[in-house]
Design a protein around this ligand. Structure first.
Ligand code: MN3
Length: 218
């Protein structure tokens, strides 16, 4: 399947007042599009045009000499995942996911506190993530283009904390952007679908076989 810019899953103004139409227009139509276009060109040079985006990310993450393709492909993947991590009006975790959040974080409020701290505290450009790491929910953050799918983790939700994600609306006030998204826009049904898909695909690995997060980036 050739690389292409996926449709934005809602209208440009659908996330207002938390994220403006102006931000989504630039973020999706300029930034995300540019990552896809660059990844497409580099994939062609690397004879990977027919490889699925996720496979390109996993492959180039551990292969020398493909740093630019990894960065652009990972950003293309991360941005599609980010759009799907939000929905107009947001939602709350239910059922199995709500129980896992209670078990692994000590409750939804504790999750919000930890996730907000991770997103706010990421130094420079990057991403905050809710992931399934082995069989435990965890909060991680990645720098620049880096992504949990390069580290054997299963992403459930993400938040883009590059300045281009919030500067038009919040200038330097990243904590206000993080709070607005976490409280008003996160799509927990998307997180739930990611968790269910993973649980159906694999049995939980034995404790000593769990994939480990790479310490501090790739
Ligand atoms: Mn971005």
């Amino acid at each position: 399947m050739p690389l292409s810019l996926p449709r934005l899953p809602y209208a440009y103004d659908a996330l207002e007042p938390h994220i403006s139409r102006a931000t989504l227009e630039v973020h999706y139509d300029k930034h995300h599009r540019a990552y896809v276009e660059k990844a497409k060109g580099l994939a062609k040079e690397a004879h990977l045009s027919d490889t699925a985006l996720e496979q390109i990310v996993r492959y180039t993450a551990r292969k020398d000499g493909h740093q630019a393709l990894f960065q652009n492909a990972a950003q293309a993947w991360n941005h599609e995942f980010y759009w799907n991590s939000m929905r107009p009006g947001g939602s709350k975790p239910t059922d199995g996911l709500a129980r896992r959040i209670a078990t692994d974080f000590g409750g939804f409020d504790a999750f919000v506190e930890k996730f907000t701290a991770a997103a706010t505290g990421q130094f420079g450009s990057g991403w905050a993530w809710l992931v399934l790491d082995g069989d435990t929910l965890a909060i991680t953050r990645t720098s620049n283009a880096d992504t949990p799918i390069a580290h054997g983790q299963v992403p459930l939700l993400t938040l883009d904390v590059w300045e281009h994600a919030y500067y038009l609306d919040y200038q330097n006030r990243r904590p206000d952007y993080v709070k607005a998204v976490v409280h008003n826009l996160l799509d927990w049904s998307f997180a739930h679908r990611n968790l269910v898909r993973q649980s159906a695909a694999v049995l939980p690995p034995a404790a000593d076989e769990r994939p480990r997060a790479a310490p501090g980036g790739r």
